[in-house]
Write a new protein. Structure first.
Length: 167
C-alpha cells in the first residue's frame, strides 16, 4: 500500500508543493513547527532514511540543501533546522524548519496555526526563490538532483527576523 507521501507525490492528495525533480519532492508540512516547515522526500518509498542507497541518500540531501537555500532566501530565518525522525510515516523524509528567533528550536509536535492562504503565500515565496538559488550543485558534482546551489552557498540574504517574527 502506498504511503501518504507517495499519494501526495502522485497527486492523489493535495499539497503545497515547493519543488520536485525526477527523484525527490518537497512540500509544506500541514502541521508546521514554524511557517515554511517543509518536508523533503525521495519519490521511491524507503521506510528508513539510512536504508537509502548511498546515491539516493546523497541526492536527497543535496535536493534538501537547495530547498533550504530557497527557504533562506524567501523567508529569511536566522537558520533553517533539519530534523529526521521517521516514526510517523514509513517513507524516508527530512523536515526543514525555519528558525526565526533565538531560543526557537527545530522541534516537531507543537504545530503553529497557519491559514490556507498563508500556506499558499509561503509556498509561492519559496517556489520563486527555488528558481533563484543557482544552477550548479557545487563542488560535489551532480548526483541527479537537477539544479542546485553554488559551492559557496550564498543566498544574498541579510539579517533574519526580529524575535517572534514569522513571515
Amino acid at each position: 500500500m502506498a504511503t501518504i507521501f507517495t499519494k501526495i507525490i502522485e497527486g492523489e492528495i493535495p499539497c503545497y508543493k515547493i519543488a520536485e525533480n525526477e527523484g525527490y519532492f518537497a512540500f509544506l508540512d500541514i502541521r508546521p513547527a514554524a511557517k515554511g516547515h517543509t518536508l523533503v522526500v525521495p519519490k521511491r518509498e524507503t521506510d528508513y532514511l539510512f536504508d537509502l542507497e548511498a546515491a539516493d541518500f546523497s541526492g536527497l540531501m543535496l535536493f534538501a540543501r537547495r530547498v533550504a537555500k530557497a527557504m533562506d532566501r524567501a523567508l529569511q530565518p536566522i537558520r533553517t533546522g533539519v530534523v529526521v525522525e521517521g516514526l510517523e510515516v514509513p517513507h524516508a523524509h527530512v523536515h526543514l524548519i525555519p528558525i526565526y528567533r533565538e531560543g526557537q528550536h527545530a522541534a516537531l509536535g507543537n504545530p503553529v496555526d497557519v491559514t490556507a492562504e498563508e500556506m499558499e503565500a509561503v509556498a509561492e515565496r519559496i517556489r520563486v526563490a527555488w528558481g533563484d538559488v543557482g544552477a550548479g550543485v557545487g563542488a560535489g558534482g551532480d548526483v541527479g538532483v537537477g539544479a542546485g546551489v553554488d559551492a559557496g552557498g550564498d543566498t544574498g540574504q541579510e539579517a533574519g527576523h526580529e524575535a517572534g517574527g514569522n513571515p
